[in-house]
Write a protein that binds this ligand. Structure first.
Ligand code: SHN
Ligand code: NAI
Length: 213
């Protein structure tokens, strides 16, 4: 199976989770990390989910799923302990063009949740297309051990520096080479950081042509 890997912007987008047990909670955590606007529908909710509802971090409707609950949703996760309900959710999602993940039921998924290694804005998402979730988890652990802990902070600095360079310099081959060079060095917030000095020197020797300035 050939899956299409993308990173979705979910901020503020309505996402519905049907079911409020342990499995739902792990998906809710992923959706929350992406700042989705989450509505959970389930007659029983575990404490962790009920507490998030009390804190105003998601909306909890304490009742069973009914057809029509997906109106206006961007995506839905069906995580009940009743496969028939999960499949009914998938059917409504398909009919109304909403992306659906029926947890642990691959034929009723439009997308799968990957295993993720995260350092700030840097994310490595691993998929085995359902062939072995255990392998995805094992690879996550191995990569997690290998990736430096400060990689997220470093990326944030590099991003700031890149924005400075992109604002100051015209789009040309020399800018592209500079950005590759900067990505190999340790950028720091310190004003005299070698990467920042290099970027400034580059800006000085490669002024933006007047017509583009
Ligand atoms: C298709 C998919 C659909 C989806 O849920 O999105 C799916 C399906 C199924 N998982 C099953 C089992 C397990 N899943 C895990 C763990 C994870 N499963 C995740 C994703 C996915 N699981 C999607 C494909 C991902 C991919 O491979 O690309 C992860 C990556 C992300 C997440 O869940 O958020 C998360 C690791 C997170 C992490 O730690 O990094 C473990 C490990 C454990 O729990 O110890 C086991 C036991 C070991 C094993 O089976 O390998 C079963 C059988 C259930 C049963 O036995 O009844 C099915 C159903 C089937 O295969 O038919
Ligand atoms: N927890 C686990 O590690 C695994 C669980 N599973 C299966 O995944 C399913 C879900 O697991 P858990 O989250 O642990 O189950 P759970 O039993 O803790 O939660 C089930 C949730 O579904 C809700 N629900 C039931 N009928 C509903 C309906 N008609 N409408 C809306 N919500 C409804 C319940 O209120 C509850 O919140 C179960 O079938 C379980 O067998 C499979 C593999 C591993």
């Amino acid at each position: 199976m050939s899956l299409f890997p993308i990173f979705l912007k979910l901020t503020g987008r309505p996402c519905v989770v049907i079911g409020a047990g342990r499995l739902a909670e792990s998906k809710i955590e992923s959706l929350r990390a992406a700042e989705a606007a989450i509505t959970v529908i389930a007659p029983r909710a575990i404490d962790a989910i009920a507490e998030r509802a009390d804190a105003g971090e998601l909306i909890l409707r304490a009742r069973p799923y009914v057809e029509g609950d997906l109106a206006g949703a961007f995506l839905v996760v069906a995580a009940t302990d009743d496969p028939a309900v999960n499949r009914a959710v998938f059917a409504e999602a398909t009919a109304s063009g909403v992306l659906c993940n029926a947890v642990d039921d691959p034929p009723f998924c439009d997308f799968y949740f990957p295993s993720v290694v995260r350092r700030g804005d840097l994310q490595l998402a691993i998929s085995t297309a359902g062939n072995s979730p255990a392998l995805a988890q094992q690879l996550r652990k191995e990569l997690n051990e290998q990736l430096p802990l400060d990689l997220g902070d470093w990326l944030a600095d590099l991003g700031n520096l890149r924005r400075e360079v992109v604002t100051a310099e015209p789009l040309n081959e020399s800018r592209r080479l500079l950005l590759h060079q900067l990505a190999q060095r340790h950028v720091c917030a310190y004003d005299q950081c070698p990467s920042r000095l290099l970027a400034r020197e580059h800006a000085r020797t490669n002024p933006i042509p007047m017509e583009k300035a």
